[in-house]
Design a protein around this ligand. Structure first.
Ligand SMILES: [Zn+2]
Length: 266
């Protein structure tokens, strides 16, 4: 995986100690120094600020370096990227990060402060109100995304929508279509990316032979948020609302302020 900063679409799996979805913002912003010295020791002036979402315990935790590649080995093979092993301070599980080498010096190997998380925290979703048929395919969709299989994720997202159309019927399908348009306006998604999202999610409804377009990591990240929103809107929001109203009715009944229309009551 290349992590060139010139990419128009930054890889969402890449981390950065300045700003990223997966790490905390650093204050104050300084020019960071990260290097391996000739004794194979890692020097990192922002080490105390290195925080990310642990893929094992899912807490936002500081991580501590526990294994650094040998300076001699790196000098010999001069790889473009090096892997470092950290330990989660919260659960002590190993966390693997990949860094790009900036420069091979005679006494130090400079690394870019940007890193890629080799294992990512699982994408989570509350499936409480989601029907089993939809849950089964959407869970797999989220697993595909977590593992960076972005086009498998797109295919499973289409199947998730098909399961939802099957469950919700024609009226539900139209509602989902409206919701997708609402998301475009709310989130201000670029027109070309939105067209792809629409093709992934609804393409098979308009033409069963329509292929699933190929997505890169950035587009998959947007599709993830859109798909989560559609499933949430279709089931979770409604379920929560109905549950809340039920509870409210129950308490009104209990306190006697709810006037039941049934004469047989009581
Ligand atoms: Zn942990």
């Amino acid at each position: 995986m290349h992590t060139s900063t010139a990419d128009a679409h930054p890889d969402p799996r890449s981390g950065n100690m300045d700003t990223t979805r997966y790490t905390q913002q650093l204050e104050p912003r300084t020019s960071m120094s990260l290097y391996i010295d000739s004794a194979s020791h890692l020097h990192h002036d922002q080490e105390k600020n290195l925080v990310l979402t642990c893929p094992h315990c899912l807490t936002v935790s500081h991580i501590t370096p526990v294994a650094v590649p040998r300076f001699e080995d790196l000098q010999l093979y001069r790889p473009n990227q090096v892997g470092l092993v950290y330990m989660c301070d919260a659960c002590h599980a190993p966390i693997f990060l990949r860094f790009t080498v900036r420069a091979y010096g005679s006494s130090r190997i400079e690394l870019s402060p940007q890193f890629t998380e080799v294992e990512r925290a699982r994408e989570r979703f509350n499936f409480t109100y989601v029907p089993e048929d939809v849950e089964r395919v959407f869970r797999e969709a989220l697993n595909c995304y977590t593992h960076g299989a972005f086009n498998a994720f797109a295919s499973m997202s289409r199947r998730t929508m098909q399961a939802m159309f099957g469950d919700l019927g024609e009226a539900g399908r139209l509602r989902l279509f409206d919701e997708l348009n609402a998301v475009r306006d709310l989130a201000d998604i670029q027109p070309d990316i939105f067209a792809k999202m629409k093709s992934v999610l609804f393409g098979a409804e308009l033409d069963p032979t329509s292929p699933v377009p190929l997505l890169d990591g950035y587009e998959a990240g947007i599709l993830l948020e859109v798909a989560k929103d559609l499933v949430y809107e279709a089931y979770v929001r409604k379920g929560k609302l109905q549950q809340a109203i039920l509870v409210r009715r129950f308490f009104l009944d209990e306190t006697g302020t709810y006037i039941t229309p049934l004469s047989s009551a009581g």
